[in-house]
Ligand binder design. Structure first.
Ligand code: AMP
Ligand code: MG
Length: 351
């Protein structure tokens, strides 16, 4: 398992459109190399199960198209043809790559889906028994192929071309949020009025309860006091999600410690090394999952000042946690986050 869910669904009450006879139906499957859970509210089990199946079918389809490690995914085909020729892809692959390039542009390249050659030098997987820091010259060499501006997209022909041999796409920082978006659409299309789709820590919900409550979610403690079997259940704060998506990126999700230093899976495309900021966890809340997923990664790379500025300028909510367990909230979120763990303290951010 690449990454455990870092946002926990705490409780689900009745939701909008739910009658008293409505019940909650939930199912988890392993897809996109992680746990995916779909919860829907409905009065008929048959209808709910059908909707859940449609949601999972959508995630499975995207997994097949976008998986970096799969021999026959479209992303692998694009990567193999780098510097050689454009590759015709499906509507979905074209759409997510366009969105990834857009996020790269608005984050000034802090998010960059061409980071793959550098990612493959780092071994953050739990299966690696002795992870090591790659040599600096190998990182510098791989960095030469990292540049989202060299992704050429031909919309009319539905083609993607990586302009240089050695380039490769890794959509690991956006695909889960995108999958949550698509699964939500699939569930809605089945006539469901309220549901929550969680692709690991990238979650999108819709529907509210009759008294105006949304889905209550918890954010995983990035520095828990004790090692737990189920770390995602150790939350430091909770909040309510109303018709929005939420994603968390943290330095505790995939990492190793070497010579007293923590190395983790969020890489700075400027250096090829793990993002070196004061941040340990970034949560982003916005209408769409592809935005929250990619911006959580990007804000982590940008650091507190630039990250807060970007979120505020876009009117997007964020919860940034610094190494000293200080929490910074975007303005709109103040008073809406319930901090459970007193070791964490909300401080007002002033630019
Ligand atoms: P997330 O867990 O959503 O923060 O995404 C991290 C994953 O995205 C990593 O495992 C890499 O596959 C990829 N990634 C790492 N750094 C970046 C970056 N700066 N821009 C885009 N993708 C990245
Ligand atoms: Mg992300």
């Amino acid at each position: 398992m690449k990454r455990a869910a870092c946002l926990l669904m705490i409780s689900l009450a009745f939701m909008s459109g739910c009658t008293e006879r409505d019940r909650m139906y939930r199912e988890s499957r392993v897809l996109m190399d992680t746990f995916c859970t779909i919860t829907v509210a409905g009065s008929s089990e048959e209808k709910a199960r059908k909707a859940i199946n449609s949601g999972f079918a959508e995630i499975e389809k995207l997994d097949g198209l976008l998986n970096y490690f799969s021999e026959d995914s479209e992303i692998t085909a694009v990567n193999r043809a780098a510097g050689i020729r454009p590759v015709r892809v499906s509507r979905e692959t074209l759409d997510i790559v366009k969105k990834a390039v857009h996020i790269s542009e608005i984050t000034g390249g802090a998010f960059d889906p061409t980071i793959a050659p550098v990612v493959s030098l780092w071994k953050f997987s739990k299966d690696v028994s002795a992870p090591s820091v790659p040599p600096e010259d190998a990182v510098a060499d791989a960095l030469r192929y990292v540049d989202y501006r060299k992704i050429k997209i031909n919309t009319a022909a539905s083609e993607i071309y990586l302009a240089e041999k050695g380039m490769a796409l890794d959509l690991g920082g956006i695909a889960k949020g995108y999958a949550a978006d698509r699964a939500v659409e699939a569930v809605k299309a089945e006539g469901i009025k309220a549901a929550l789709v969680a692709v690991a820590g990238d979650i999108r919900g819709f529907g509210l309860n009759p008294s105006g409550q949304g889905w209550r979610l918890g954010i995983q403690d990035p520095r828990p006091a004790a090692v737990s079997e189920r770390p995602w259940e150790d939350v430091f704060a909770t909040l309510e999600l109303r018709d929005k998506a939420i994603s968390t990126s943290g330095d505790y999700q995939r990492f190793f410690i070497k010579d007293g230093r923590r190395y983790f899976h969020i890489l700075d495309p400027g250096t090829g090394f793990p993002a070196d900021t004061d941040l340990i966890s970034v949560t982003v809340i916005a209408p769409e999952g592809y935005v929250t997923d990619s911006l959580a990664t990007a804000v982590f790379v940008l650091g507190v000042e630039k990250g807060m500025k970007l979120l505020e300028s876009m009117g997007i909510d964020g919860i940034l946690v610094c190494a000293g367990k200080k929490i910074l909230l975007t303005e709109n979120l103040r008073g809406k986050v319930n901090i459970l763990n007193t070791a964490y303290q909300a401080v007002n951010y002033s630019p």
